[in-house]
Design a protein around this ligand. Sequence first.
Ligand code: NAD
Ligand code: MG
Length: 396
Amino acid sequence: MSKKGIAVLGSTGSIGASTLDVLARHPDRFDVVGLSAHSRVDAMAEQCERFRPQWAVMTDDVAALALRDRLARSAPEVNVLFGHGALDEVAADARVDAVMAAIVGAAGLRSAIAAARAGKTILLANKEALVMAGEVFLAACREGGATILPIDSEHNAVFQCLPPFWRAQAAQPMAVERIVLTASGGPFREWSLDRMALATPEQACAHPNWSMGRKISVDSATMMNKGLELIEAHYLFGVTPANLDVVVHPESVIHSMVQYVDGSTLAQLGNPDMRTPISHALGYPDRLTSGVASLSLPAIGRLHFEAPDLLRFPCLGLALRALETGGAGPCVLNAANEVAVEAFLGGVIGFMQIAEINGRVLEHLGAEPAGTTLEAVEDLDRRAREMARLLVKAME
Ligand code: NAD
Ligand code: MG
């Protein structure tokens, strides 16, 4: 069996590290062809020394020089590249069969599109790329002959509950009545609005079940993450907003469900560890060991469910509105949210002001038509960021 060539974009992040953990368990199956990181030289150097990829991309050029210096002694066979253009090259490299798209935020869009145009299998963790550029991304996949396999645990769960060999496409799978995404409710599930208004970045990043990067941790605390995931599900599975639902399930054991017209509900269950969806997508259609222990239901005892509270989590309602009105909504909401979350993490704005900024940008720019080219999408993204930055400034 020839080995599958893998590029892990965003390899120093939480998803990147979990991906390398799974890959290291199967050296006979996978060849790590490329790695990328933004600026963490030490973490990247260690990964390069261990996995010996053909390419190591640092998007920050000063960091690239430092990495080149260090690897000249310890791993001279690794070619160090820098800048976002290099990401696109590695994503499209002939030796790469599958690209793990695990850069956080809009910064990962161009390389994901490059992988799509080159017909790769895209293991999609970077939901923001799909939310901001849904139609453009899917069109690039169709034209390039690329396949998306979802890494987001909910979408991976849905994928596992759909008929075998179903592929991401723009039509609702036959006989599917509804897709139900589960949400943990995040660290503030039981907090009052007054208490949330004073929440600190540390409190927002202390997720009860999942260990993740800081941006998605804040998104889980505002429940914007679930909103982005509704939009992601719409694009991945071709479902209309009316056929999508969210249920809060604090234990994060059921990762999501598919309801069929005959009254059947299929669910995927597991311990909350991203190595499960990662190994599912890496091995697909085979199953691989992932290092995750299987579930013990007696040890868990009880599972709980409740409806989401849109009053305390307005970001979820904003995402629903963006999904229902379509057009530029998802793109500008995502851009505003990236700016607002960064400002919150930097201590510049309060937790509830994230939703305020997101709401105002969506109101002003959400009615515009969706971008139909990558450039038009990036222009919308830039304008939404500019407006969000002005709003942040006014709140300082
Ligand atoms: P993270 O912050 O831990 O890692 C992000 C990675 O992206 C790092 O390798 C970093 O070097 C790189 N990066 C950051 N900014 C960059 C830039 N401007 N240019 C190029 N590279 C850049 O994030 P994460 O938690 O691993 O999440 C990655 C993606 O996966 C996000 O889109 C997130 O929504 C999605 N996701 C994560 C989880 C999870 O459990 N962590 C679950 C589902 C989906
Ligand atoms: Mg998720």
